[in-house]
Design a protein around this ligand. Structure first.
Ligand SMILES: C[S@@+](CC[C@H](N)C(=O)[O-])C[C@H]1O[C@@H](n2cnc3c(N)ncnc32)[C@H](O)[C@@H]1O
Length: 305
């Protein structure tokens, strides 16, 4: 491919030119992406177009692309350079080695959230119950269901569109999850769980990273009160839905750990701590609930805490 848009013919040519164009278009590089480089991104993109793995791609650099393949690759490259996530172009993203369908109605599951899954598995009894709040594509709930076949896994989301995707993923993978359309805990009033997990919206409305994430649903990303509004609500309300000794685990932004720990301590959680992701950032915080030993402040179902 040339600057004027003429099309390359071989895999090697296409990768070289796509790498150059991606390097000049930083919009595609979203925060939270790991192991990304323009060259790697070009390889992923072309392997998705050709439906071949990376090894095949690198083994056959002189193979010519057909006109249909070139047209498809060019369309996807242009959309990728404009910042559209690769997962939306190809329609899938692997999470916890589960192939998940994703759409613009769902957040693209991040590898960071696999840390939340690991911590949840350490705390979920073999035949226990777990609730995933704001399930999106169903990533966290399905990962837990895949590892704990005897557990009762529930997952909810306020977005009917996201929930339809999650439900479809559960059906495709044959993993039993109870899917609920709900504004946070509304649909599970009166129920308790051994574990409650969530990767809620936590980005502040004025966060400079937000424009880069513009292809993903804002309702999945942004929360008021400097990104803490939903986290605050979940900490305040989760005790009504936790069995004695149950854990609440929350994913959050790298600069929010101290604030979330303070919320948990104030609410009366025990064993309050934060855990680092692979990049050494504190991205998950949680605590264990043994009852209202500490004074509760504010309306429990409200957002005051
Ligand atoms: C950051 S995304 C996480 C999606 C998924 N758990 C993941 O990790 O890929 C937050 C999710 O919370 C959902 N959400 C936002 N507000 C909600 C509310 N009030 N009640 C239930 N779900 C909500 C959004 O629709 C979105 O799917």
């Amino acid at each position: 491919m040339t600057d004027s848009g003429a099309l390359a013919t071989t895999i090697a040519d296409w990768l070289r030119e796509a790498t150059r164009r991606l390097a000049e278009a930083p919009a595609w590089q979203a925060p939270g992406d790991v192991d990304v480089s323009p060259r790697r991104e070009a390889e992923w993109l072309l392997s998705a177009v050709l439906d071949k793995n990376l090894t095949w791609l690198l083994t056959w650099p002189e193979r010519e692309l057909s006109p249909v393949q070139r047209a498809q690759a060019e369309t996807w490259l242009q959309r990728r350079c404009a910042g559209e996530p690769l997962a939306y172009l190809v329609g899938t993203r692997d999470f916890w080695s589960l192939p998940l369908r994703v759409t613009p109605a769902t957040l693209v599951p991040r590898p960071d959230s696999e840390r939340l899954v690991e911590l949840a598995l350490e705390r979920l009894p073999v035949d226990g119950s777990v609730l995933d709040l704001g399930t999106g594509s169903g990533a966290i709930a399905l990962a837990l269901a895949s590892e704990r076949p005897l557990a009762r896994v529930s997952a909810l989301d306020r977005s009917a569109e996201a929930l339809a995707v999650a439900r479809g993923n559960g059906a495709t993978l044959g993993l039993p999850v109870r899917w609920l359309e709900s504004d946070w805990f509304a649909a599970v009033a009166g129920e308790t769980f051994d574990l409650v997990v969530s990767n809620p919206p936590y980005i502040a409305e004025d966060d400079p990273h937000l424009p880069v994430l513009g292809h993903e649903p804002l309702t999945a990303l942004v929360a008021g009160e400097a990104g803490l509004a939903d986290l605050r609500h979940l900490v305040a309300t989760a005790p009504l839905h936790l069995a004695a000794g149950g854990w609440l685990l929350l994913e959050h932004g790298f600069a929010q750990a101290a604030a979330v720990r303070a919320l948990l301590v104030t609410r009366g959680f025990m064993q309050v701590q934060s855990w680092q992701d692979l990049g050494g950032q504190e991205r998950v915080s949680g605590g264990q609930w043994f009852g209202a030993s500490a004074p509760v402040r504010g309306d429990e179902e409200g957002r005051a805490c």
